[in-house]
Design a protein around this ligand. Structure first.
Ligand SMILES: [Zn+2]
Length: 158
């Protein structure tokens, strides 16, 4: 029998840290219930340009699974980042999750929004384009960092 290679595995550590980011920035993420967040690691060996991506459990599955926010992390990219950069990436993914409007009809909490955050621009400006590998990035769980809102053109972050 052929062995089935699992592409995803749960990650307790980054589920916890993503939930902690929500709690550390309560104004910004007041619409997000930390318990709704699950982080999973994509272990696909094929090199992806993406570091991380966020999605919401499809509406038809929500009665069974709940309205989970899935943060998908690509292992092949993730290992290159230092811990502070990982937290910035996780917070960036949370920025895509907005409050669902019209929840009277659908009783949903979340919707996804494309990039409208420019939060990486100051880091690129300050630390250069290889900012994710710098050892002197601020840790957003230890120090409160303001999040900028405007257009951005990030291509490596889904
Ligand atoms: Zn993004």
């Amino acid at each position: 029998m052929e062995q089935i290679q699992l592409q995803y595995r749960r990650t307790k550590k980054y589920t916890r840290l993503t939930r902690e980011i929500v709690q550390a920035y309560p104004k910004r993420f007041s619409h997000i219930d930390p318990d709704d967040i699950e982080a999973v690691i994509n272990t696909d060996a094929i090199i992806s340009k993406l570091i991380a991506r966020v999605s919401i459990v499809p509406a038809k599955l929500q009665p069974f699974l709940g309205e989970k926010i899935l943060v998908e992390i690509w292992l092949c990219q993730w290992e290159d980042l230092n811990e502070a950069a990982k937290l910035l990436v996780l917070r960036h993914e949370l920025e895509h999750v907005k409050e669902y409007e019209g929840r009277v009809a659908y009783d949903r909490k979340y919707k996804l929004q494309d990039h409208d955050v420019q939060e990486f621009a100051p880091f690129i400006e300050k630390f250069g384009i290889h900012w994710t590998r710098r050892g002197d990035l601020p840790n957003i769980l230890e120090r409160h960092i303001k999040i900028k809102s405007s257009r951005d053109n990030q291509s490596v972050l889904g």
